[in-house]
Write a protein that binds this ligand. Structure first.
Ligand code: UTP
Length: 296
């Protein structure tokens, strides 16, 4: 039988984004811009560059702006057309290429990330799929971590979880993996356990799960049975812990710089880093930064 490729990606965007209130009271956290592009668009571009052809957004009631962002805006487009502003027209017309399928499904209650992924089950069927947490923004200028993961999947057909090394003191903010013993290479290793947000003294390693995953459809068997865990939410981590008892699950150590845009400081850092690289803005922005640091 031919090895399967990953062609579908789930974007769980139904979280409440409480760390960004009041900004997220009526608009989604994923629509916050880094310079001039919403966070979700960076994630979508990364997925398409990794070979994903079908994007499945798990949304909630106040996330309509995400749907609208990836739809056409007739009024705006005809206005820009009339003005002959082709540069801006291109920006609004090509948020998603023609050949990419976009589907939206609702998570009625924010019962947790695991539950959000489960809401996409009927759209995934018997296919492998990626899960992308857009608020973990990755710098793809040197390497596309998800592309490496989809290539690894094609070769090995195992579920793969992206990880990064963290300070031991930060373990209570992440899912932490337990690598199987006796593996010398850290980059692509078999996982023997995973725990959600352990205290440092209970963390099985310093390898933290970040927001990029590839799953075989077997994960749904476990998600359906997963009860609320840490934070009273249905945790994806708990379903992974069950999955790896039945089949191999690997960790891929992601080399990309990551910005945690779910937190205010991570969001600020991303804005700073992307501003310093922005073709039109970087020189002016550097001057501004210099000015502010001299004023201190
Ligand atoms: P977070 O832990 O960042 O939660 O969710 P959040 O609700 O978005 O933000 P805070 O903590 O209240 O500020 C991780 C990912 O899981 C999604 C979120 O949208 C985010 O992409 N999620 C979480 C759901 O889709 N549904 C849920 O019920 C919970």
């Amino acid at each position: 039988m031919q090895n399967k490729s990953v062609k579908k990606a789930v974007f769980p965007v139904a979280g409440l984004g409480t760390r960004f209130l009041p900004a997220t009271k009526a608009s989604p956290k994923e629509m916050l811009p880094i310079i001039d592009k919403p966070i979700i668009q960076y994630a979508v571009e990364e997925a398409i560059a990794a070979g994903i052809e079908e994007l499945i957004f798990v949304t909630s009631s106040n996330k309509r702006a995400i749907e609208d962002h990836f739809d056409s805006n007739y009024e705006l487009e005809s206005l820009l057309q009339k003005k002959g502003d082709t540069a801006k027209l291109k920006l609004v017309q090509h948020t998603i290429p023609e050949n990419i399928v976009c589907t939206f499904v609702r998570q009625k209650n924010p019962l947790g990330l695991g539950h959000a992924v489960l809401c996409a089950e009927h759209l995934i069927g018997d296919e492998p799929f990626a899960v992308i947490l857009a608020d973990d923004l990755l710098d793809t200028s040197k390497t596309n971590c998800l592309k490496t993961m989809t290539d690894l999947y094609k070769k090995h057909q195992y579920s793969i979880i992206a990880t990064q090394i963290i300070e031991p003191s930060e373990s209570s903010s992440y899912g932490i993996i337990k690598p199987q013993r006796g593996q010398s290479d850290n980059n692509f290793i078999k996982i023997s356990g995973i725990v959600e947000k352990p205290q440092p003294e209970h963390a099985p390693s310093n390898m933290a799960v970040i927001g990029r995953y590839i799953f075989t459809p077997k994960i749904f068997n476990y998600l359906r049975k997963t009860k609320a865990g840490a934070g009273q939410e249905i945790q994806l981590t708990d379903a992974i812990a069950q999955l790896l008892k039945g089949e191999s699950v690997y960790s891929f150590l992601c080399p990309s710089k990551r910005y945690d845009c779910g937190s205010k400081i991570g969001y600020l850092e991303a804005t700073l880093a992307f501003g310093l690289k922005h073709t039109d803005l970087k020189e002016q922005f550097k001057k501004l930064l210099k000015q502010y640091s001299l004023e201190k």
